[in-house]
Design a binder for this molecule. Structure first.
Ligand code: NAP
Length: 331
């Protein structure tokens, strides 16, 4: 299939695109910088091979700039949307780097481009109509997406989902849990404090629950999903790992995999927010109060979501955290 992957240089989108290439699909990798995208795909064998075979192409586009998007969505069968603003989860409204601007409005802009390129005329106010062979949309959402969450990211994800559901296109929404892997910028940052500190600091008590998801499982899952999109037609899926753990337990598993013993230092969240309130005014905005909430929020896949996934994709096996962590952190 011909697939546009937005966020193709990112942690999730990059892994998804690599697995889709391995599965033999044609991928158009979208990035705000073709140079970046080329470098990132030249870094692995599936990318190099697909490039040599003409199955990998690049498109420079920005979801906040609608004029760049029509060319990106032309002549594809599937649009995989996995964009996230630079610097997430630390929003920077002055530079339009927010969940609302990039994730929600960016998704709306991408859908508007699909309407412009494939839509058929309809009376005002009606949802767009599309020919049967219009691209399908697969949107990467988050497990805590919700319309009435106190958090901007959950509301933005929900509103992006709503736009996808109302688009008139055939859709699949995947609500992913916190994902980890060799290139992640969250778990790696925390555990690598242990390279130079005698403890590992986190915000809060670390008792929030998670079903952490190995990023390679995300890639394998998308390959399965795109092998038969009818199985997830107009369906919301929750994707999480097999372990139900607290953040403290997960960090201990990761440190075990590294062969390290370190106490976890719990920084009270109010103190973290004071730090965030100061640091958000520093160059590069290293922290913000909302980011403290983001990193200590937790989020689990529900039993009903697990069951639906098992029914639709019985062949899909998620990797236990201990096994996944030792595959790249093991000494
Ligand atoms: N990471 C997780 O644990 C996790 C869990 C659940 C759901 N998700 C969701 O998965 C999606 C991707 O997250 P991620 O962790 O992979 O993020 P990431 O590593 O930060 O990657 C972000 C991607 O978005 C692209 N991008 C940024 N701004 C853009 C813009 N204005 N226009 C077009 N592309 C833009 C970046 O490409 P360039 O910089 O090359 O343009 C990059 O490829 C997000 O929707 C996130 O909410 C992530």
């Amino acid at each position: 299939m011909r697939i546009l992957v937005s966020g193709a240089t990112g942690f999730m989108g990059g892994t998804i695109a690599r697995h889709l290439l391995e599965a033999g699909h044609d991928v158009r990798a979208m990035s705000r910088s073709t140079g970046n995208a080329m470098r990132s795909f030249a870094g692995h064998q599936p990318g190099r091979q697909a490039l040599a075979e003409g199955r990998l192409t690049f498109i420079e586009a920005d979801v906040t700039r609608p004029s760049t998007l029509n060319a990106a969505v032309e002549n594809v069968e599937v649009v995989v949307q996995a964009v996230q603003f630079a610097g997430a989860p630390i929003e920077d409204p002055a530079r339009n780097l927010t969940y609302a601007a990039v994730d929600r409005d960016g998704t709306r802009n991408l859908l508007a481009a699909l309407v412009q390129v494939y839509g058929m005329p309809v009376a005002g106010g009606m949802p767009a109509r599309f020919p049967n062979d219009a691209p399908r949309v697969v949107y990467m959402s988050g497990i805590t997406a919700s319309p009435d969450s106190p958090y901007s990211w959950d509301r933005a994800k929900w509103e992006a989902e709503e736009a996808v559901r109302a688009s008139g296109l055939i859709w699949t929404i995947v609500r992913g849990c916190w994902a980890y892997g060799p290139q992640d910028v969250a778990l790696n940052r925390i555990i690598h404090y242990s390279d130079w500190l005698p403890f590992v600091p986190i915000f809060g008590d670390g008792n929030e629950t998670l079903t952490p998801l190995f990023v390679e499982d995300v890639g394998r899952f998308y390959a399965l999903l795109l092998a038969d999109l009818e199985k997830s037609r107009d369906t919301l899926l929750g994707l999480g790992g097999p372990d139900l753990v607290t953040l403290n337990e997960f960090l201990r598993l990761a440190l075990d995999a590294m062969g390290r013993r370190r106490p976890i230092l719990h920084i009270p969240k109010p103190l973290g927010k004071v730090q965030g309130a100061l640091l958000q005014h520093f160059p590069g905005r290293p922290l913000s109060p909302a980011a403290v909430d983001f990193v200590s929020q937790g989020g689990v896949v529900s039993p009903a979501q697990r069951q639906l996934l098992e029914e639709r994709f019985p062949e899909f096996q998620v990797t236990p955290a201990r096994h996944a962590l030792s595959s790249y952190l093991g000494t």
